[in-house]
Every structure is written in structure tokens, then in C-alpha cells.
Design a binder for this molecule. Structure first.
Ligand SMILES: *[C@@H]1O[C@H](CO)[C@@H](O)[C@H](O)[C@H]1NC(C)=O
Ligand SMILES: *[C@@H]1O[C@H](CO)[C@@H](O)[C@H](O)[C@H]1NC(C)=O
Ligand SMILES: *[C@@H]1O[C@H](CO)[C@@H](O)[C@H](O)[C@H]1NC(C)=O
Ligand SMILES: *[C@@H]1O[C@H](CO)[C@@H](O)[C@H](O)[C@H]1NC(C)=O
Ligand SMILES: *[C@@H]1O[C@H](CO)[C@@H](O)[C@H](O)[C@H]1NC(C)=O
Ligand SMILES: *[C@@H]1O[C@H](CO)[C@@H](O)[C@H](O)[C@H]1NC(C)=O
Ligand SMILES: *[C@@H]1O[C@H](CO)[C@@H](O)[C@H](O)[C@H]1NC(C)=O
Ligand SMILES: *[C@@H]1O[C@H](CO)[C@@H](O)[C@H](O)[C@H]1NC(C)=O
Ligand SMILES: *[C@@H]1O[C@H](CO)[C@@H](O)[C@H](O)[C@H]1NC(C)=O
Length: 832
């Protein structure tokens, strides 16, 4: 700069320089806020802190009208939210400002308000900020509260961290509404919602009628979407409190790319990914690919298959209601049953009704769900004449249908099998021409069947033998005892051991290079864990039960049983097990980043866990726990939740592991009592440690401790503060009461901007560790407290153990400089 060559002595010149610089700064450094008495005028925009989004004026392609909205900060105009959708500005004289009553308003050239955030209460000093998430937030500067945000008034786009929600209790909804056309952001005919039915589903509606449907959510995916795999990769999740509210949210795992969903003006829900190379948005998924994706294309009791010509066929045993319409390819009226069911007839003579399988379909709308776990779905359905079809799917269990079967589609990939109820005569009955066709292929079939029969016989013998071995060696019983004990145990919770792949000892030995100590990942409660690589290149973690201890047998069986039924993004996946001779092993997916404690309590790796990552980890653990307690339909209490049992994948997503101590609760049981207290010192709630009583709230307690550990980066039990030896939870309680809770946070991630989050998280943590189990919130409530900034949290009561000082042993370990070697102390108290 020219100035640097001169000595600036004149104060006026210096003042001028300051003014120039501040103006210069004002226009280069992104401005993301409008305050009272400030405004932006067309064509100015605000740019978010991390430059991802902008807020300001734009015109859609081929339109001369001006709109105000939030846009991706990319070269192509991409509005994700529009304020004045129905009231465009017809020239460029518009301004955006904060009005005298604190509202964000848009005014035209005549200073008439054409749009307002419409907050009714008067706010003296407010400001509007465009956040780096794309959320436009209006906040009350006197207390920092958010009083309005664009994320709660969705337009047609769904971006990361936004919630599409429905709450039937308050009748509040946040829904997507399509544009009228690509040139006109006005309210179009399509909307998209998430519906908190017995099983949540996503819908697109056209003028209030269903237009597209995702199929039921199984805790992990929407089971009616054949291309969900890509969807799932983006961390899509439905959070359902089973009380009439649900929301859909997603987390883009790769923060270096722009990805969002938009309900376009032709009713298609589209996933778009920004390509820097092409300088354009690429469509990576869309809800309607073919005609069959349109809701109820074929009418009731018919199946749609886009590969067939014609696309619609009545279910077997059904015929078109109106044959002329049907043959003219007007499918709307659908099909009807040919022979009435036995239970519908007045003389109940004849054979029992049966079921016919339609394999791999998008199951019909209007599911009725039978809540009891492990019910015999088929028998339940047969016993009620209104039940006309059933299906079973992992993560949901038994689904049944009553009135009508609509929107059934043949899927090319995956999807449950649907069993439709038919009169007995329809099942065996073959039409004459079919018999002839069958006769032609029968010879070929016989040959195949014979082969299959032999193979199956061989296979099932092998399976039976392996199963016997497995149960014998696990229970240590002889052959005679097996038939009683083994089967009894086997039936107890309906475990299907056959469903779980059995690995050969040789395979695992080879994969881990003969259990080489170089491959040892760590030492669990019941034996070492090794890393291995299968011949197909897949990396695995092998947990080998210590041979000497018989103690682990029960836990081993338990773990196999519990985890083989679970599927969730935040639970570690069991790939199989191995039982040979005295060896018992569990094979898991390999987690390259190890366990949370190896990050959290390591002074070097700690720094990789920034604030956002920690929030994501806390939320992930909470989701996993919610699945265990509520959504898996089994009600599982983990009983040993701690930092070393949380594993991290490549993207540092948390996965709960180690189900050795988990307990499945039966239907109505709320708490249980045990004489064998197992768990980890520091994570056990008082009622469990002292009296052996455990319930969902015991896991909530452990979660609370874990939450405080993640915030502070310190172990509960190895905590050391000044001259006082306090538990971390006691220290947190002390800070809370002194209003200094910010001091709790790990100095590595200290940032005054996140103070409100820290206070909220610490508050939730303290609520979880309250002394009385009944005072602690349910995990579903915990999740909503964590994810919503507007919930007013109750004041926590005093946690237990806050007066207890540390024992000499723990004192010793926390004095050791090498914190990395301090391990949790697992305790087992037998008897009372
Ligand atoms: C905004 O402008 C009005 C009128 O000019 C003035 O009374 C008020 O104090 C200003 N507010 C702020 C926060 O500057
Ligand atoms: C805009 O108008 C031009 C010329 O009429 C047309 O070729 C183009 O397809 C239009 N773009 C859109 C998005 O409608
Ligand atoms: C633009 O809109 C204003 C009202 O908002 C109206 O008075 C004016 O006539 C319009 N101008 C044109 C060119 O349509
Ligand atoms: C929306 O639906 C109404 C009634 O069905 C129709 O008249 C109108 O043309 C539709 N609008 C668009 C943009 O398709
Ligand atoms: C994120 O996306 C970029 C661009 O597509 C890619 O190069 C990078 O490998 C991705 N990162 C991860 C962790 O997937
Ligand atoms: C909506 O998205 C689908 C799928 O990408 C596309 O074929 C269709 O043209 C889009 N409609 C509009 C109006 O852009
Ligand atoms: C199809 O059938 C329905 C009901 O019978 C009728 O209302 C509709 O007009 C028909 N559609 C066409 C395209 O013929
Ligand atoms: C069964 O009995 C009811 C009344 O008893 C009668 O209305 C109905 O038509 C009968 N149905 C058949 C299929 O016979
Ligand atoms: C049969 O199913 C219907 C519909 O799901 C239900 O309303 C009814 O209560 C059931 N009846 C019995 C006896 O379970």
C-alpha cells in the first residue's frame, strides 16, 4: 500500500485511514448480522461466518421479480428458504431491516412492509444472523434467546441439522412446500411431511392426498425405499417419542461437500450434491423414478412392477373390480378377492385360510403394528378375521394390515416379504393353463429339487451339529442335558443362533495371525480383543473369551443373544461368532478409531475432538441408547455404558459396544433386581451399586456421567482438582451451584461462543445423574433436551456421591503422569 512509504503524522490523515480500513473491512470480511437501525438493500447479501450460506435478494431463473431468501453460497442461485414467497418485489428498491418492534421485515420502495417475521411480543433490541448451517436466526440481544428462525418455517428445502417435524399433541408442523414452478417460489401443490404413525413414515402430498410414501422407518432406514442405501449414508434419522411427535433430520457426514434435499415443483423429492468441477448441482437420488413410485398407482389389492408390461397386476386370488377399465389401463379402482375367506363365510366349513408370499415388496400403507416382541406373526394374523396380511421386518417386528392393501410395489433390491391372506381353495388352486405350463417344467424342477434336498440335508446336519456344539460348549452341559437346558435357553428369548454366521477357528486364527500380540487391540472384561483381516479383505475385531474363566460363559451367551437382534447406526455390529473346543469368540466390525476413552483422556488425541464432534458423539450415544430402550421393541438395559465401551468409526461416529452385561426386559417389567452387581465403578447409580436395582434409569445415569466426561475431557474417577479430591460429578455440581459451569469444559475446546450449549449440556448431564432414579429423565426426553435450544430445562437436584472423597487406590492412579494408562476399574460384587 502506498501509505506505508510515508510517515503518517497528521491525525486527520490517520483518521481517514481508519475510516477507509473499516469500510474496506466491512465489504470484504463477511458480514452476517443485521442490527436495529441497519438495513441491507437490493442487491446486497449477508454471508455466513464460514461462507457456506448467504442471505439477501435474488431472482429465480427467467424471472424478473425480486425475492429475499437464504441461498447456498455457490455460483448458481440456489435458494433454500424464501421469505416473501407469495409477495415478490417487482423492482430493486426493496430493503431488509429490523423494525421498531424487533421483527425482521422486508419493505418495498414505498416503505410498505411486504413480509415480516411476525413475532407478536415486542423486543427492544434484536438482530438477525445468517448462521453457517443456513439457518436465519432472529435473536433477542438482551438475553441471547432465539425468537424466530427460518429452520422452523421451512420452504421447499431440507438441509443438514434442520428438522422436518410433526407434533400431533400441539398440532405444530414443519413441512416442505414445493414452489409453484422453477420460476415461481409461491406455494405449490406439493408438501412433504413426516408422520408419527405407529411406525413413522415420510410422505409427499399433492393437494392433501398422498403422492409418495417412504415406507415404514425401522430405526435405521425407510423400508420402502430401494435406494435408501445412499440416503442412509447421510445419517438420515427419524426421532420418534411414541407420544405423537416425530422429526426427520440428517447429518451430512462429509462437511466438505454441499448436499441437500428439495421438494421440486413437480412433486419429486430430490437429493442434490454440489459439484465444483461441473459448477452445477447433481441429482444423486430422487423419490419418483418410475410410475410405480406414485402412491396407489395400481389401486387397492394390486402390485405395481415397473419392469412388467402392463405395470399393474392384481394380487394372486384377486380380480379387477372393473375389467373394462382395467384392460384400458385405468387402474384406479383396483382389485377384489375372488373367494371369500373362511372366517367371513356364515358356514365355517372348509379348511383354514392360508397365506401367500409376495417377496421383496414395498409394504402397503396403513400398518397396524403388534407391539409384543417375538410374537408369532402368522398365528396372530390368522386369529383375527380383520387381519388380511402380515409382514415381519428386523427393527420393526410384526406388521399387520386390516382394511385395504394399497401402494404395494415390487422392489428390485431388498424389502420385506408380504404375506397376504387367502381362502384355502385359492392357495392350492391352479388354473388349467398353469397346470400345463407346470407339467412342462416339472421334470426340470424335480432334478433341481432333488439336488436342493440333498444339499439342504447336508447343510442342516452340519448346522445342527454346530449348534449343539455351540450350546454345549457355552453351557458346559453334556449331550443328555443339552436337549433340556439348551433348548430351554434357546427358546427363552427366541434367539436364532443359526441366523448368526459361525466362523471357523482356523479362519480367525489366520485372520489375526494366530492371535499375535501385535494385533491385540485391548483387553475387555472377559478377555483380549484382536484385530484381524479376513481373506476377502474385510477388517474385523475378534473378542476372545479368556479360556480359564468360566465367568464369561453366561455373558458370552447373553451378548450373542442380545446383539444378534440389534441394528442401529450407533451400535457396533456383530458379524458372527466362533465356538470350537474351549474357544469362544465374537467377531465384530472393526472400528479403526478405537474407543472413546482412548481419545477423550489422551492429551494428544483429545484435540481431535472439537466441540462439534463432541456434540455429535453425545447425540449419537443418546440415539443408540434410545434405540436400546425404546425403538428396538425389545427394551434392553445396557448396564455397562462407559467411555471404553463407546467405539468410534472412521468419521468418529460413536457406536455402543460390549453387550456382555445387557439385560432384555420383558414387556411390562420396569425394573429388576440382581444379586450380582456388575458394572464399572464411577458409572453405577447408587440404587444399583448399593441395592442391585437396575432399570432404564441406570443407563441414563451412566450416560450422564459419560456426558460430563466428554464435556470436561476428564475421567469421573481419576479427577483431581486443586487440593481437593473430588469426583468429577461432585466438581460439576459445585461449579453449577457457583454459576461457573464454563470452567468444567475441556480447555482445549473452550470457546465463549458455545457457552449456551455448554450450559445446556451440563444441565442435562446433571439431570441424568440425580440421586433418585425417578427424577432422572427418560432417554427420549434427554434427546429432545439436547437437540432443542428452546426447551426450558428443570434445575437438577444434587447428584449422589458428591460428598465422597476418593479412595487411596484411585488417588494413586490419578497421580500417575501417564493418564493414558489409567483404565476403568470393573467391579463385580457377588451377593449382598
Ligand atoms: C434506532 O433509531 C431510533 C430513531 O433514530 C433511535 O431512537 C434508537 O435509539 C436507535 N436504536 C439503536 C439501538 O441504535
Ligand atoms: C429460461 O428461458 C430460456 C429462454 O426462454 C429457456 O431456454 C430456458 O430453458 C429457461 N430456463 C428455465 C430454467 O426455465
Ligand atoms: C410494483 O408494485 C407496487 C406495489 O408494490 C405498485 O404500486 C407498482 O405499480 C408496481 N410497479 C409495476 C411496474 O408493476
Ligand atoms: C394445483 O392444483 C390445482 C387444483 O388441482 C390446479 O388448478 C393448479 O393448476 C395446480 N397448480 C400447479 C402449479 O400445478
Ligand atoms: C468428502 O468429499 C470430497 C469431495 O467429494 C472427497 O474428496 C473426500 O474424500 C470426502 N471425504 C470423506 C471423508 O468422505
Ligand atoms: C424434479 O426432479 C425430477 C428428478 O430429478 C426431474 O426429473 C424433474 O424435471 C424436476 N422437476 C422440475 C420442475 O424441475
Ligand atoms: C378411471 O376410472 C375411474 C373410476 O371408475 C374414473 O372416475 C376415471 O375417470 C377413469 N379415468 C380415466 C382416465 O378414464
Ligand atoms: C350371512 O348371514 C347374514 C345374516 O345372518 C346374511 O345377511 C348374509 O348375507 C350371509 N352371508 C352369506 C355369504 O351367506
Ligand atoms: C382384530 O383386528 C382389528 C383391526 O386391527 C382390531 O380392531 C380388533 O380389535 C382385533 N380383534 C381382536 C379380537 O383382536
Amino acid at each position: 500500500m502506498g501509505f506505508s512509504h510515508h510517515t503518517i503524522s497528521c491525525p486527520m490523515l490517520r483518521a481517514l485511514l481508519v475510516i477507509i480500513c473499516s469500510c474496506f473491512l466491512r465489504f470484504t470480511a463477511a458480514i452476517d448480522t443485521i442490527r436495529v437501525n441497519q438495513s441491507i438493500r437490493d442487491p446486497e447479501t449477508l454471508i455466513s461466518y464460514g461462507q457456506k450460506f448467504k442471505f439477501g435478494f435474488f431472482s429465480p431463473v427467467n424471472s424478473s421479480y425480486r425475492y429475499v431468501g437464504v441461498m447456498f453460497n455457490v455460483p448458481v442461485i440456489t435458494a433454500i428458504w424464501v421469505a416473501n414467497r407469495e409477495k415478490p418485489l417487482n423492482d430493486s428498491t426493496g430493503t431488509v431491516e429490523i423494525s421498531g418492534d424487533g421483527n425482521l421485515v422486508i419493505m418495498d420502495g414505498q416503505k410498505e412492509i411486504i413480509w415480516s417475521s411476525n413475532i407478536l411480543s415486542y423486543v427492544k433490541d434484536s438482530s438477525a444472523v445468517i448462521l453457517d448451517t443456513g439457518n436465519l436466526v432472529l435473536q433477542d440481544n438482551s438475553n441471547g434467546r432465539t425468537i424466530w428462525q427460518s429452520f422452523e418455517h421451512a420452504s421447499d428445502s431440507f438441509v443438514e441439522k434442520m428438522k422436518i417435524s410433526t407434533d400431533l399433541r400441539t398440532n405444530e408442523k414443519n413441512i416442505l412446500t414445493s414452489w409453484r414452478s422453477p420460476q415461481d417460489p409461491g406455494l405449490g401443490n406439493f408438501t412433504s411431511t413426516v408422520e408419527p404413525l405407529v411406525i413413522p413414515q415420510s410422505f409427499v402430498w399433492k393437494n392433501g392426498y398422498p403422492y409418495w410414501r417412504s415406507g415404514p422407518w425401522n430405526g435405521q432406514i425407510f423400508i420402502g425405499m430401494p435406494y435408501m442405501k445412499s440416503f442412509y449414508k447421510h445419517g438420515m434419522d427419524v426421532v420418534n417419542d411414541h407420544l405423537g411427535s416425530a422429526y426427520l433430520i440428517f447429518a451430512n457426514l462429509n462437511s466438505s461437500v454441499f448436499l441437500y434435499y428439495v421438494l421440486n415443483s413437480s412433486g419429486n423429492l430430490v437429493e442434490k450434491l454440489w459439484s465444483d468441477e461441473k459448477g452445477a448441482w447433481l441429482v444423486t437420488w430422487s423419490s419418483i423414478v418410475n410410475e410405480c413410485d406414485i402412491y396407489g398407482r395400481c389401486g387397492p389389492f394390486a402390485c405395481c412392477n415397473a419392469q412388467d408390461e402392463p405395470i399393474c397386476t392384481c394380487f394372486p386370488g384377486y380380480e379387477p373390480i372393473n375389467k373394462d377399465e382395467w384392460s384400458a389401463e385405468n387402474w384406479t379402482s383396483g382389485c377384489t378377492r375372488i373367494t371369500p375367506l373362511r372366517c367371513e363365510r356364515n358356514n365355517s366349513a372348509g379348511k383354514e385360510d392360508g397365506f401367500l408370499k409376495l417377496s421383496q415388496v414395498k409394504v402397503p400403507d396403513h400398518v397396524k403394528w403388534l407391539p409384543a416382541p417375538d410374537v408369532d406373526c402368522r398365528r396372530q394374523c390368522l386369529s383375527n378375521c380383520s387381519c388380511i396380511a402380515y409382514a415381519y421386518y428386523a427393527g420393526i417386528g410384526c406388521m399387520t394390515w386390516a382394511e385395504s392393501l394399497i401402494d404395494v410395489q415390487k422392489l428390485s433390491d431388498g424389502g420385506p416379504d408380504l404375506y397376504i391372506r387367502l381362502a384355502h381353495s385359492e392357495l392350492g388352486d391352479k388354473k388349467y393353463w398353469k397346470v400345463i405350463t407346470a407339467a412342462i417344467v416339472v421334470l426340470a424342477f424335480i432334478t433341481i429339487l432333488l439336488c436342493a434336498h440333498f444339499l439342504r440335508k447336508l447343510f442342516s446336519q452340519d448346522q445342527r451339529k454346530r449348534k449343539t456344539e455351540l450350546i454345549q460348549s457355552a453351557t458346559g452341559k453334556t449331550d443328555a442335558e443339552y436337549s433340556e437346558v439348551g433348548i430351554a435357553k434357546h427358546n427363552m428369548h427366541g434367539v436364532k443362533l443359526e441366523a448368526l454366521p459361525l466362523f471357523k477357528l482356523g479362519t480367525l486364527s489366520h485372520a489375526t495371525r494366530k492371535f499375535d500380540s501385535m494385533n491385540k487391540l485391548g483387553q475387555g472384561g472377559f478377555g483380549p480383543v484382536y484385530k484381524g483381516k479376513l481373506p476377502n479383505g474385510q477388517e474385523i475385531a475378534v473378542k476372545r473369551m479368556a479360556r480359564s474363566s468360566n465367568q464369561g460363559v453366561e455373558e458370552f451367551m447373553n451378548e450373542v443373544e442380545v446383539i444378534s437382534k440389534l441394528q442401529h447406526r450407533n451400535l457396533v455390529r456383530l458379524l458372527g461368532c466362533c465356538v470350537e473346543h474351549a474357544e469362544k469368540m465374537l467377531v465384530y466390525e472393526y472400528m479403526p478409531n478405537g474407543s472413546l476413552d482412548s481419545y477423550l483422556f489422551d492429551s494428544c488425541k483429545q484435540q481431535l475432538l472439537d466441540w462439534q464432534t463432541r456434540l455429535a458423539i453425545i447425540e449419537g450415544i443418546c440415539r443408540g441408547l434410545l434405540y436400546l430402550h425404546r425403538d428396538s421393541r425389545l427394551r434392553i438395559i445396557h448396564r455397562d455404558l462407559k467411555a471404553s465401551n463407546i467405539l468410534l468409526d472412521e468419521e468418529l461416529n460413536p457406536k455402543i459396544s460390549d453387550f456382555g452385561m445387557a439385560r432384555i426386559f420383558c414387556c411390562k417389567e420396569d425394573q429388576a433386581n440382581t444379586t450380582r452387581v456388575v458394572g464399572t465403578y464411577g458409572y453405577m447409580p447408587p440404587e444399583y451399586a448399593l441395592r442391585g436395582i437396575f432399570s432404564e434409569k441406570s443407563d441414563v445415569y451412566s450416560f450422564g456421567v459419560l456426558l460430563l466426561e466428554i464435556l470436561s475431557g476428564k475421567r469421573n474417577t481419576s479427577f483431581y482438582h486443586e487440593d481437593q479430591q473430588l469426583f468429577l460429578i461432585a466438581y460439576a455440581w459445585k461449579l453449577w451451584n457457583e454459576n461457573k459451569i464454563m470452567n468444567l469444559i475441556d480447555p482445549i475446546i473452550y470457546d465463549p461462543r458455545v457457552e449456551s450449549d455448554v450450559v445446556r449440556y451440563a444441565n442435562v448431564g446433571l439431570l441424568c445423574i440425580q440421586e433418585i432414579a425417578a427424577d432422572r429423565p427418560h432417554i427420549s426426553a434427554v434427546l429432545s433436551m439436547l437437540s432443542s435450544e428452546s426447551v426450558v430445562l428443570p434445575r437438577p437436584k444434587q447428584p449422589p456421591f458428591s460428598a465422597i472423597q476418593m479412595s487411596p487406590e484411585t488417588e494413586y492412579s490419578q497421580m500417575t503422569p501417564d493418564l493414558c494408562s489409567v483404565k476403568d476399574v470393573a467391579v463385580t460384587i457377588v451377593g449382598r
